[in-house]
Design a protein around this ligand. Structure first.
Ligand SMILES: [Zn+2]
Length: 299
């Protein structure tokens, strides 16, 4: 298998990287992957990830709720309820941050198009890009949206967009530096990038360590904190303007983490830990399980 081995930190290029622990892929393969950390900048990443030609099969599991519409099981039901609440929050966040009623938005990694469709209904001009052909077809069926494959990114005109959104996508992108350059190119000078990612420094990440479900190896390649993501953005002439906690993610991630640990009463334990993490995030956004970051181009 073609694996990607980083000899130096993908963020700051320091050779001083070390293994933290191994994480099992509970979702698809049952294989283990090492989590590495850079001693210079603290960036954390998955080592030995299968390359683009082979990663596809690690996305294949009957449990893949992000792309499914079945409502079997407690976790799935909860996921669907929370998704609707989050969709409303995301739409109002875009409007509030841009002060635009009708703008141009690119949703990158659009999945089956729920968010893209919500923005369209809110009167926005939306372009949706999604890597998975199956997800694009489902989006077409569900919402009539014509989503484009990932190659379409490079073909987008310069400075076209007021907003680019990446909802839990950045952690999957293999060519990080190239991606951020494209982001800079296609955003209007006053445009914003909205980037939501799991938070490796969260309450639940600290608590579950190698069992933390949001390591999600080998699908998640990078495990950001506020400071490492801001550093990456700064490398590409962006500044971190603000951030928002995502309170619901901790419940879902904690429930999954408990299940991965094979604990009895996993959903109950998960809800309790999700609750503790939620409380912790009131005091400190940096404790939140996932965080929404807002970036602007540096002037
Ligand atoms: Zn580093």
């Amino acid at each position: 298998m073609n694996k990607i081995i980083h000899k130096e930190c993908p963020l700051c290029s320091s050779p001083s990287i070390k293994k933290l622990f191994a994480c099992k892929d509970h979702f698809a393969s049952g294989e283990s992957f090492d989590i590495f950390e850079c001693s210079e900048c603290g960036f954390t990443f998955t080592q030995g990830v299968p390359d683009e030609s082979e990663i596809g099969r690690y996305y294949e599991s009957p449990d893949y709720v992000s792309h499914s519409n079945t409502s079997k099981g407690v976790l799935n039901k909860l996921f669907h309820i929370v998704r609707n609440i989050m969709l409303r929050r995301k739409v109002s966040l875009v409007k509030r941050l841009t002060l635009l009623r009708h703008g141009k938005l690119l949703d990158y990694g659009a999945g089956t198009g729920y968010f893209a469709s919500s923005m369209q209904k809110a009167g926005w001009n939306v372009t949706a890009i999604e890597k998975s052909k199956a997800a694009r077809e489902q989006g077409k069926e569900l919402f009539g949206i014509d989503m484009q494959p990932e190659e379409a990114l490079a073909a987008q005109p310069d400075k076209k967009y007021n907003v680019v959104t990446l909802w839990h996508v950045m952690e999957h992108i293999q060519q990080l530096d190239n991606f951020w350059e494209q982001l800079h190119r296609i955003l209007d000078d006053s445009g914003i990038a909205i980037v939501a990612v799991p938070n490796r420094a969260s309450y639940d990440a600290e608590f579950y360590r190698e069992h933390w479900a949001a390591y999600d190896t080998p699908r998640h390649l990078w495990h950001f904190t506020g400071s490492t993501l801001a550093r990456l953005a700064s490398k590409h002439r962006f500044i971190l303007e603000r951030r928002y906690p995502m309170p619901f993610d901790g419940f879902y991630i904690s429930m999954l983490s408990e299940r991965y640990k094979g604990r009895k009463l996993a959903p109950l334990r998960g809800v309790w830990n999700g609750f503790l993490g939620w409380i912790a995030s009131f005091d400190k956004c940096g404790a939140s399980s996932s965080i929404i970051y807002i970036f602007r181009k540096r002037r």
